[in-house]
Design a protein around this ligand. Structure first.
Ligand code: CUA
Length: 346
């Protein structure tokens, strides 16, 4: 648990830094934090409230038990001049035994009932007709993000509209896995939900504040489990409409990068990646149609800059050991041209 917390804090710092340098997709808002105590979305607020309630009860238990322990240690400590005899032993006090059986039973019953009420409250939330639907597919080691009704496919960055309390527009997320079990977790937006092979899970978020929120895979899934970072960008309604329009448009064709484009399409790149409007239609790796609209490469491991893109194409494993994309062994000139082409995918 402590290891998880420090890892999440670490990834939050790294991703926060990455976002600040790359900048492009960052909406205005408070600095990203992977803290469950700073919720901005309905399910996350419910989880924070429940956590505080449980912490309150267990805190009182801790104080009572710890206080009694300290009191007994001090009050009945060994003193100079003790006669060394055992104190009188008490057996079979019905009142004491009833008390330490019934009180914990009541506490457990309260914790159980309150928790069950929150779980059903979150899971039983009905989908309004105008809710945004997103499908997130966990891959080793990146996130595929699809908007089936909008015809958008992207990766590692979830873009959603802010939800106005007067007219809520929640986002419903369908979770699947392409390989092993991963877990989708953006602490400020909702609890974690696993993506499991051959099983579909669902969850929802309802962010009330525009901003950028960080998260990551929360289920060990192999070598790059820690390199499977997530960003959620919550837009104002107008900004979200603009984002959708940009993503739906095919990338602008640029005559200056024809050689790079031809290389990209003819090389193995096209069997793993899709770029709308080209013969490249692979689905094994991230859709690259609007690659340059994303702030990071390799699911959050490095900022998306021209130099990093060139290094990534040259040898992905140098930047993300274990990444399933092979080094393409391009000549320096080919590398330059393919990079130049990818830089036009805005
Ligand atoms: Cu994916 Cu851990």
């Amino acid at each position: 648990m402590a290891a998880t917390a420090s890892r999440v804090a670490w990834s939050g710092r790294v991703l926060g830094g990455v976002l600040l340098t790359a900048g492009e997709a960052v909406a205005a808002g408070p600095a990203p934090t992977p803290s469950i105590f700073a919720p901005v979305s309905t399910p996350a607020s419910a989880i924070r409230d429940l956590a505080m309630f449980v912490l309150g009860i267990t805190g009182v238990i801790f104080l009572v038990v710890g206080g009694l322990g300290v009191y007994v240690l001090v009050r009945f400590r060994r003193r100079v001049g003790d006669d060394g005899q055992e104190p009188p032993q008490v057996y079979g006090s019905r009142q004491i035994e009833m008390a330490w059986t019934v009180v914990p039973l009541l506490i457990v019953a309260v914790l159980f009932l309150v928790t069950a009420r929150y779980i059903y409250g979150i899971e039983g939330h009905r989908l309004p007709a105008d809710a945004l639907e997103v499908t997130v597919v966990g891959h080793q080691w990146w996130w595929e993000i699809r908007y089936p009704r909008l015809g958008i496919v992207t990766a590692n960055e979830l873009h959603v509209p802010v939800s106005d309390p007067a007219r809520p527009t929640p986002t419903f997320v369908t979770l699947q896995s392409a390989d092993v079990t991963h877990s989708f977790w953006i602490p400020q937006l909702a609890g974690k939900t696993d993506t499991i092979p051959n099983k579909t899970n669902r969850m929802w978020i309802e962010p009330q504040q525009p901003g950028t929120y960080v998260g990551q895979c929360a289920e060990y899934c192999g070598l790059q489990h820690a390199g499977m970072l997530l960003t959620a960008v919550v837009h104002s309604r107008d900004d979200f409409t603009r984002w959708v329009a940009t993503q739906q448009a095919p990338p602008r064709e640029d005559g200056d990068v024809q050689r790079g484009r031809a290389l990209f399409v003819s090389l193995a790149c096209s069997s793993c990646h899709t770029v709308q409007g080209t013969p490249a239609n692979g689905v094994f790796g991230p859709d690259l149609t609007h690659l340059m609209s994303r702030s990071t490469l390799g699911a959050g491991v490095i900022p998306n800059s021209p130099e990093n893109l060139r290094r990534w194409l040259d040898n992905p494993a140098m930047l993300k050991p274990g990444a399933l994309m092979p080094a393409m062994k391009l000549s320096p000139e080919d590398l330059k041209d393919v990079t130049a082409y990818l830089l036009t995918l805005r």
